[in-house]
Design a protein around this ligand. Structure first.
Ligand code: PMP
Length: 411
């Protein structure tokens, strides 16, 4: 009989054979960790269990366990409800959403902001609503940008990672190609809309995009710039991202981010001009046809953003980052990047897995990142300290690297 199925077992076996099979945590091991029934202050994000420190989460400011953030979620659940129960355009719109969007716009220094049910949905909804003819995309952009570009059915031109010169060359080449094509009225290519999209902080490399140079290149050809600040929101100037630390809000047309990392919640946002937000409210399908953000998620993100803007939590994160980076480099390990993400390059995927397993045995949770997430031969341990790690936690992590690194033959 003809088999028109999908050979799932074969595909899974192939993954297994290539060390590429991922699994969720065994339920027993999660159950052992238990639920944190008592308010746990700053410990929750750091402590995976009694004897394990997490150095791999995106909870950069450590605010998922913050009493004030938890209280904000609780209060919103009690007063507004646990869910929005409909699209914002139907009956799901609440003051909690508008409060968060006002604070996001203020932080991102834009006219307005709009929340989505995830950062993934924000990218997909925004890029498809803009409907660009051509998208110029950094080669290491997040999967949600890649998927959005496919769905938008745009021509995609990929430029080298964080390389504004390569971007400029590709913009020029496309412009020359278009000029050499005879304009044919309705098809005149000078009418094409061009969108340059980049992450600001790249989550697997810790690199920071050269945003000013990208804006300059865009301005030379009249293209728009969209920046994904998922890994930067809440961490830089006044709780903003790299766009704010470089004062580029007037030159970046679309700022996008997530509420699920430093802002300790769940959901995504876009910040920009009044016209951009109005367009998204009308045409971003992942906004129009999706239930509004859950009120506890919106309220806890607001509280976390407030804490980031007006507290000293960011300074504590950056102190931890500097301490950890210095210590890892003193061990002669190769640490990439220029942000709070510290990727320690190991190379071989098996070595990276062995190192991660050894670290775990010593109570440090920092999984190996392997292909296809990163290129072959560039497997790594992705370390990300949080603001709530203390001095002893950082020292523990460095000691574990030293001991386990020796054991697996790194030095
Ligand atoms: N963009 C980037 C750069 C991300 O890292 C992520 C999350 N991993 C997203 C978008 C999607 O955000 P969310 O998790 O809120 O869907």
């Amino acid at each position: 009989m003809v088999d028109r199925g999908f050979a799932l077992e074969t595909r899974l076996r192939q993954r297994e054979a290539n060390d590429l099979k991922r699994t969720l945590s065994p339920v027993d091991s999660i159950a052992e960790r238990g639920y944190f029934a008592e308010p746990s202050g700053g410990d929750l994000p750091v402590l995976e269990s009694e004897e394990a420190l997490v150095f791999a989460s995106n909870n950069y400011l450590g605010l998922t366990g913050d009493q004030r953030v938890q209280d904000a979620a609780r209060q919103a659940a009690a007063t507004v409800g646990t869910g929005s129960a409909a699209s914002r355009l139907v009956t799901g719109d609440t003051l909690v959403h508008h409060d968060l969007e006002r604070l996001l716009a203020e932080t991102k220094r834009t006219d307005r902001a709009l929340t989505f049910s995830s950062g993934y949905a924000a990218n997909v909804g925004t890029i498809t609503a803009l409907d660009p003819d051509v998208i110029f995309s950094d080669e290491l952009n997040h999967a949600s940008i890649i998927d959005a570009s496919r769905l938008a059915d745009a021509d995609v031109v990929v430029y080298d990672h964080c390389d504004a010169d390569d971007l400029r060359a590709k913009l020029t080449a496309r412009a020359e190609r278009d000029e050499s094509t005879e304009p044919t009225g309705a098809d005149d290519r000078s009418d094409e809309s061009w969108l340059i999209v980049t992450d600001s902080v790249f989550s697997m490399d810790g690199t920071v995009a050269p945003l000013e140079a990208i804006c300059r290149a865009a301005e030379e050809v009249g293209a728009w710039v969209m920046v994904d600040e998922a890994h930067a929101t809440g961490l830089y100037a006044d709780g903003g991202g790299i766009v704010q630390s470089e004062s580029l809000e007037d030159r970046v047309h679309v700022q996008m981010g997530t509420l699920s990392k430093a802002l300790a919640s769940q959901g995504g946002y876009v910040a920009g001009s009044d016209a951009l937000i109005e367009l998204l409210i009308n045409e971003a399908r992942s906004f129009v046809y999706s239930t509004g953000l859950a009120p506890p998620a919106a309220a806890s993100a607001s509280e976390a953003l407030h804490i980031s803007r007006y507290g000293d939590v960011r300074e504590r994160l950056w102190e931890n980052v500097a301490h950890l980076r210095d210590g890892l480099e003193a061990l002669d390990l190769e640490v990439l990047g220029d942000s709070q993400v510290l990727p320690v390059i190991i190379g071989d995927r098996r070595d990276a897995l062995d190192l991660a397993a050894g670290l775990r045995e010593r109570g440090i949770v920092a999984p190996a990142i392997r292909p296809p997430t990163v290129p072959e031969g560039a497997s790594r341990i992705r370390i990300a300290p949080t603001a709530t790690h203390d001095e002893a936690d950082i020292v523990n992590c460095l000691e574990a690297f030293q001991i386990v690194g020796k054991k697996v033959g790194l030095f």
